[in-house]
Design a protein around this ligand. Sequence first.
Ligand code: NAD
Ligand code: DAU
Length: 423
Amino acid sequence: MESSIASVTSRYIEDMKLPDLRFGQSPLAAPMWAVLLKRIPLDWDYSPVVYNQSGQWRFGITCPAQLAYMENIILVTGGAGFIGSNFILQWIEREGTSVINLDKLTYAGNLRNLLRVSSDPRYRFTQGDVCDGELVRGLLKHHQPRAIVHFAAESHVDRSIRGPDDFIRTNVHGTFSVLEEARGYFEGLGDQDRQSFRFLQVSTDEVYGSLGPNDSPFCETTAYAPNSPYSASKAGADHLVRAYHHTYGLPTLTTNCSNNYGPYQFPEKLIPLMILNARAGKPLPVYGDGLNVRDWLFVEDHCEAVRRVLAKGRAGETYNIGGWSEKRNIEIVETICSILDELCAHDPVVPHRKLITLVKDRPGHDRRYAIDARKIEREFAWKPRESFESGIRMTIQWYLQNEEWVKEVSSGSYRKWIATQYS
Ligand code: NAD
Ligand code: DAU
């Protein structure tokens, strides 16, 4: 307890870039110094604290709200998931400013993804539910972020078919709760801060429904036509985001991205599932005829695009993100098998393609997704850095090199899911 107070206090003081105020002789000394030095305006909400450092009792102050604004903090929800954790790692590396990560740590959330930044003072984690408005309100008040990047969601279509409740709760109600708190927070900001505040909704191409073989790719004006409980819950959330902009003037941005792949993806999704099954000599379950098409994007390219939209996007606008990389599922699985034949020639079953098994189709399975990404390319000069060929090789190599991560996520509830889904 003692050390945690000391470390919180010292973190705030260091972050403030103030002279070290921890050595004040009374609870008033530190705020007095700060005001005298004109480093903190008088109307700030000081909290004197007493803490123990190396056996000595000391006094200090915290004023996290103001500090946060100066420091340019963002609040990320769902940052322990696949895309959220890649986003935070990239944010800290490239933007260099602080991030608060709010994540419930469902089966899909994994703090191991964030080991690289776990002791970095710019990274802070709070375990909690986006449906908990009071918690979100407290975080906004305490940290005063300049933006919210909302990744938190239930994200797996097959799970939404077996049990839609959590999807409605987190994706619809959770987004509503974060929007409500964002609105209250936004309305309390000063003029200048309101100008720069943004709420960014991370959405998906699935809200647009399914394309025929000759249809043009989805653009930002394509009508929503969701077909699964997952995509319907994301569509509901997106509509709420739109309404909060239109009705309350909340400066929102929405991104609709195509299928992501890369490091830290939970192996319930096509690409990591196929890599792990192929290595273990287990069947590679391809739904239906294997000819459904997805448009694949390396996760770091998605994260880069989200950063670009956050920096430059116009409030109220939607931006589609995709890699112009449409592939049939069977092609994806065959590509993975060929790369594994080369890299893992001693696996139990080689060639790995012998494991490909066509299985019962996903109910309501969308036939084709494809994204028209011209708007983000034109407006922000964004382009994916990775081709599918380079990205898939890097991804396979990552799974081969991170056996501990794989072992940890493949235990317990994961095994139960695989047994139920593929029985
Ligand atoms: P994921 O399932 O890997 O991660 C979701 C994260 O949200 C997890 O860390 C989980 O613990 C957290 N979470 C779930 N419910 C929560 C709650 N109630 N409160 C707080 N945290 C909660 O998902 P992902 O693939 O990283 O997707 C992230 C976002 O991007 C989602 O909104 C998804 O719809 C969207 N998206 C995903 C893809 C894709 O291909 N994976 C493509 C486009 C858009
Ligand atoms: O398009 C963006 C979406 O991509 C995101 O919004 C979702 O969060 C994300 O999960 C993903 O949804 P998909 O349903 O497209 O992804 P998934 O990896 O589950 O499946 C990709 C394709 O592969 C799909 O056509 C179904 C098929 N598939 C999937 C699995 C898990 C199989 O053939 N066999 C499988 O075992």
